[in-house]
Design a protein around this ligand. Structure first.
Ligand code: VAH
Length: 317
């Protein structure tokens, strides 16, 4: 069986459904601190409440289900983390330690833990950011991801735990809303374009950020987890990339479908976070080690997002 921690989140809810398709509904236990809103997630397979800070509860679940793999996706993201730095550090770090220690104790075969482009900071080269480079993250979320990468590599080197990780760019999907990140504008904009044909963007028009459509993120995660262990040479976390765009460019892509869509700009505190992150990422290590290759660019994603969001709006909630 597989455990997904944080299964109710933007990535967790889609990854859980993908894993259930692959391994069978009954073999993928979804867990989160609260019952997920998505009925599909609740109805399609086992769900357990789990606060990842509750080590005993985690142990109970490991003993009950004897997990072979664990996907630990529970975290406080960048923007939310800045509002509550100490809690963000505690949840992101203690949550990771609980999952790693339980995985060792219960002989879990593979652990997945997501990192992020947020591990890079103001002094990191911002174009084609290398796999190994200067990293001076200045958000608590980024600091916790950098520390988390160090610990994942340590558990692999020192204890032989097969833990794998990807530095996700901003993730965009239509099935679940994002949870308090700086890249969330790129999801909100599609909803607003359909709902009211205008969007007030919290980042400035030329803020370039690395982004990825959810199907590519799911494929990368499963490709990495299915690769033979000896091919997984990076045990901190792999750079991963699909595209980079600015609010101006995603607006132009949407206007090809909704010509009278308009955008206005009202940068807020998230602008500083975005300005500390890379504009583009060099993911050649992932391409070499386990044949990573993205499928979706901005136009393909925009078409797919609008078509599917329209369909979801037509089906009464
Ligand atoms: C965030 N969506 O904005 C997340 C992600 C690269 C960004 O880590 O915090």
């Amino acid at each position: 069986t597989i455990l997904v921690v944080g299964a109710g989140g933007q990535l967790g809810s889609e990854l859980t459904m993908e894993l259930r398709k692959l391994y069978g509904d009954a073999n993928v236990v979804a867990s989160d601190i609260q019952t997920p809103k998505s009925e599909e997630l609740r109805e399609s397979g086992p769900f357990e409440t789990l606060d990842v800070l509750d080590k005993n509860r985690l142990g109970e679940l490991y003993s009950k289900y004897k997990f072979k793999q664990v996907y630990h996706l529970a975290a406080v993201l960048s923007a939310t983390g800045e509002k509550n730095p100490k809690f963000a550090w505690k949840l992101n770090m203690d949550g990771l330690f609980h999952v790693l220690d339980a995985a060792l104790e219960h002989k879990v075969e593979k652990v997945y833990w997501p990192s992020s482009i947020a591990v890079f900071g103001p002094n990191t080269p911002r174009e084609n950011t290398p796999q190994h480079t200067v990293m001076d993250p200045n958000t608590v979320y980024g600091i916790s991801k950098q520390a988390g990468e160090r610990w994942c590599e340590y558990y692999f080197e020192k204890y032989g735990l097969d833990v794998r990780s990807l530095r996700y760019p901003g993730l965009i999907g239509y099935k679940a809303l994002p949870g308090g990140g700086t890249t969330d504008y790129a999801v909100d904009i599609y909803h607003q374009a359909l709902a009211q044909k205008t969007y007030e963007c919290f980042l400035s028009e030329n803020t370039y950020l690395p982004m990825m459509y959810m199907p590519d993120a799911l494929k990368a995660t499963l490709d990495l987890m299915h690769a033979p262990a000896e091919q997984v040479k990076v045990r901190s976390s792999y750079n991963l990339s699909a595209m980079s765009f600015s609010p101006k460019e995603i607006t132009e892509a949407i206007q090809k479908h909704i010509p009278d869509f308009t955008i206005s700009y009202k940068p807020d505190s998230r602008q500083q976070i975005a300005d500390s992150w890379p504009k583009s990422i060099d993911d050649s290590a992932a391409r070499q080690d386990w044949n990573w290759k993205p499928q979706f660019g901005l136009d393909e994603m925009t078409e797919d997002m609008l078509v599917n969001l329209k369909k979801m709006q037509e089906i009464p909630a």
